[in-house]
Design a protein around this ligand. Structure first.
Ligand code: SF4
Ligand code: SF4
Length: 368
């Protein structure tokens, strides 16, 4: 298995990346149903680094269609965003008219509950039917940071096959293991990472800063592709929990694979990464925080003291907030409510999943 890393001037250079792997014919066959899964998590243009460039997605579709495949594109954005608003704002509003390939709103598709044998955090999951009915999934994420998982690449992009509010379950049960669980049953035949413009900083995956990397990375193993991308971003893949867990569970290697094309050093661009120490990650993704909050109030009351410790607090920049209420809908445990025009967070109920910060369209919420 190999990964190609190329310097890219534009979306059409994706052909060179895939040709170096042996061409699209290696990955899809005539008559196969292919679902191309970009990252269209939010209604931001691809120049923001938040979403995959639609031109690159179209080029991947063309290559698969040239091999005789029946190609559709499918995505479910971050909950509670609506695809009908997100797709046009992200440059995908007229995707079918412009490029001739249907863009499926996975939130509107039939939901199917699947079992994940050997799942660690998630043993059942709801997945949009088109994802289960395709013969091959081509995973086309964008290269960016993520405030909870440090990076959001191919492994993380598959969370978008889970529609609507159901994707919040993964946050509640443990995001890093949940991402890996999902990737054990939903396999990517080919992964193509859009590194033309990525996103850096602690407010990724939606509100970070765009970074012009000028790279495209491709391969048939999602862990190896993600590991190569992490190195391009200046991160050690062994220190990124979901990548390490995926490797430990046999989904791919973090080192020792062949890199074709221009190579990692040719496009390396050290991103500003979200700080993510192990202890904090444990508290965020485990049940620890919920137990802590359940016990904290009665214990504080018994001790006659005001709560003095908080973990994983969310900070609101009220100057940026426009009172849109999206964070209220995004919270999986109903810890956010509106007090007048501003949201208020119940620290006792908050599980520090940061879904609210991820969904906030104005970047008003962040880790405190
Ligand atoms: S914090 Fe963000 S999501 Fe919440 S109301 Fe304000 S602008 Fe909207
Ligand atoms: S308020 Fe807390 S629990 Fe709710 S979405 Fe934000 S971080 Fe998660």
């Amino acid at each position: 298995m190999s990964v190609t890393v190329i310097r890219a001037e534009g979306p059409r250079d994706v052909r060179r990346a895939v040709d170096l792997l042996g061409g699209m014919g290696r990955f899809v066959s005539p008559g196969e149903k292919v679902l191309v899964k970009p990252n269209i998590c939010a209604g931001k243009p691809s120049e923001s680094g938040a979403v995959t460039d639609p031109e690159l997605v179209a080029e991947v579709c063309r290559m698969a269609a040239e091999e005789g495949a029946e190609v559709v594109v499918g995505e479910s954005p971050i909950h509670p965003f609506r695809s009908s608003r997100v797709f046009p704002r992200a440059g995908y509003g007229d995707f079918q008219e412009r490029y001739g390939f249907p863009l499926l709103d996975l939130d509107a598709a039939e939901k199917v509950e699947i079992r994940i044998p050997g799942g660690v955090a998630v043993r059942e999951e709801v997945v949009a039917r088109p994802v289960l009915e395709c013969d091959a999934l081509i995973n086309v994420p964008v290269m960016k940071t993520h405030l909870q998982t440090v990076v959001s690449l191919g492994l993380k992009n598959l969370k978008g096959v889970v529609p609507t509010r159901d994707k919040l379950i993964i946050h509640l049960r443990g995001l890093d293991q949940g991402i890996v669980d999902l990737n054990t049953v939903i396999r990517s035949r080919l992964v193509v990472v859009d590194g033309l413009v990525g996103m850096e900083g602690a407010l990724g995956p939606t509100n970070g800063r765009p970074v012009r990397v000028g790279a495209i990375v491709a391969g048939d193993n999602v862990v190896e592709v993600d590991a190569a991308c992490a190195r391009i971003m200046g991160a050690d893949p062994r220190e990124i929990t979901h990548l390490r867990l995926a490797a430990e569970r046999g989904l791919g290697r973090l080192d020792g694979f062949e890199v074709l094309g221009d190579g990692i050093d040719a496009v390396r661009r050290d991103f500003e990464l979200p700080a993510h120490p192990d202890l904090n990650r444990f508290m965020i993704t485990g049940v620890f925080l919920r137990i802590y909050h359940a016990l904290r109030r009665p214990l504080d009351r018994l001790a006659g003291r005001a709560p003095s410790f908080r973990f994983g607090e969310v900070r609101l920049d009220s100057g940026k907030c426009d009172g849109c209420r999206i964070c209220v809908k995004a919270c999986p445990v109903e810890a956010v409510s509106m007090r007048g025009e501003l949201p208020a967070i119940d620290a006792g109920a908050c599980i520090a999943c940061f879904c609210c910060a991820e969904a906030c369209p104005r970047g008003a919420l962040s880790r405190a």
